[in-house]
Write a protein that binds this ligand. Structure first.
Ligand SMILES: Cc1cc2nc3c(=O)[nH]c(=O)nc-3n(C[C@H](O)[C@H](O)[C@H](O)COP(=O)(O)OP(=O)(O)OC[C@H]3O[C@@H](n4cnc5c(N)ncnc54)[C@H](O)[C@@H]3O)c2cc1C
Length: 379
């Protein structure tokens, strides 16, 4: 179907920048471009009726790294690189809170906890040995003393079974993911950013004087500059972005009487995570149980992972409570061999801001802004 003259004139003429994807990165990039220059005409093209990728489907942890995650990262990256990413996550969270507002985010600084079983003893000992150095490092980033602390005395108050040690992170918070995205969409609209839903970009052609985007309706849309913010789906558009799709499955219980869970919790080196929300428990993860099958951009849930999540609830998290599962869902992450996001120009008029990994709520605002600034300097 061809576009009519009217559609071309009124919707697609003179757009300075098109952003593909309306997740936290695409929206933050668009808002930043408008902050840099309110006259710019910005359009976001989103394939879903909602921004359905990771940003509306995550767990809402406002976190910057549990101790085992950071120790794991130190095995693969230099200390400076690991802590500069921690700093970026922390600053990203501050930017998100400033832009969206703590009230809109329903931000709660309830703290985070890392759980250790008998079989995690050597990991726990390693963490215990690094607490002082990590706390000193973090003091320079977040300005708080004693970020991490061993709190084994709290295990019984949560009612956990099979848990031997607990490390508290006092600076971790939680947000309401849906409200974050609803508010970001509202801010974008108030700034005059056009968001078109139901447009899947099949192909990007960087031509001399601009970029042509081919849509699923076979429209050829032309823009001056394009930013790709499609994270876990980036491979479809840009070959060389080195982004691997990683599905993450989640479940949520119905409200639980006397729910003992309060805060954000990391289990099994962060492969599982859970939190309280509206009297319920939200639990996700388990990708390590079926790594190959979960390396997919397709949404869906599987028996093997959902059963593992339910087992964890029954035997470790809520052994003394009756619970019912209300619903399940999945979201798609973009991961790679390193945790550093990719923000770069890939051709004359096309840039990408992708590979957010598992802490995109934290870094998404800054990654979007970096993408915007990369494009802005060339406009
Ligand atoms: C289950 C789960 C739990 C998580 N928990 C946390 C957490 O607690 N804390 C945290 O910090 N991070 C968490 N994350 C990670 C975080 O959600 C992501 O890193 C972040 O949301 C990525 O944002 P994004 O904008 O880059 O990508 P997305 O939110 O995935 O947005 C990409 C958008 O691009 C659109 N799109 C894709 N391809 C096309 C195309 N060809 N044409 C048009 N549109 C297209 C998609 O529909 C999507 O809306 C979690 C992720 C998942 C999946």
């Amino acid at each position: 179907m061809n576009l009519s003259y009217w559609e071309k004139e009124s919707f697609f003429k003179n757009i300075d920048v098109a952003i593909i994807g309306s997740g936290i990165v695409g929206l933050s990039a668009a808002i930043r471009l408008k902050e840099l220059s309110p006259q710019l005409n910005i359009m976001i093209l989103e394939r879903g009726s909602l921004p359905i990728g990771a940003s509306t489907r995550n767990a809402g942890f406002a976190c910057f790294g549990s101790m085992t995650e950071l120790l794991d990262d130190l095995e693969n990256e230099k200390e400076d690189a690991v802590f500069s990413l921690v700093e970026k996550r922390w600053k990203g969270l501050l930017r998100l809170r400033q832009r969206v507002g703590n009230k809109n985010l329903k931000y709660k600084e309830l703290g985070g906890y890392e759980l250790f079983r008998e079989e995690d003893l050597s990991d726990f000992e390693q963490c215990a040995a690094h607490i002082d150095t990590f706390n000193k490092k973090l003091e320079t980033i977040i300005g708080q003393k004693e970020t991490y602390k061993i709190v084994d005395n709290k295990i019984s108050s949560f009612g956990f079974k099979k848990i031997k040690h607990l490390i508290h992170n006092q600076a971790e918070g939680q947000i309401h993911t849906g409200e974050m995205m609803r508010t970001l969409l509202q801010i974008a609209k108030e700034k005059g950013i056009q968001i078109l839903n139901g447009i899947f970009i099949k192909k990007i052609n960087d031509i001399e004087d601009g970029v042509e985007l081919v849509t699923n309706q076979e429209w050829n849309l032309k823009f001056k500059k394009v930013l790709v913010a499609t994270n876990g789906f980036a491979k479809i558009l840009i070959d060389n972005t080195k982004v691997i799709s990683a599905r993450n499955q989640v479940l949520i219980t119905k409200p639980i009487r006397n729910n003992p869970i309060e805060g954000c919790f990391h289990y099994d080196k962060g492969y599982f995570y859970f939190r309280n929300i509206d009297g319920r428990v939200l639990l996700g993860g388990g990708r390590n149980l079926a790594k190959e099958a979960e390396a997919t951009p397709e949404f869906g849930t599987t028996e093997i992972i959902q059963n593992a999540l339910i087992d964890l609830l029954k035997n470790v998290i809520l052994p003394n409570h009756n619970f019912e599962i209300e619903s399940t869902w999945s979201g798609i992450l973009g991961v790679g061999t390193t945790k550093k996001p990719i923000v770069e120009q890939v051709s004359k008029n096309v840039s990408v801001a992708v590979r957010l990994g598992g802490m995109g709520v934290a870094i998404g605002s800054l990654v979007g802004e970096e993408g915007a600034e990369l494009i802005f300097k060339d406009l």
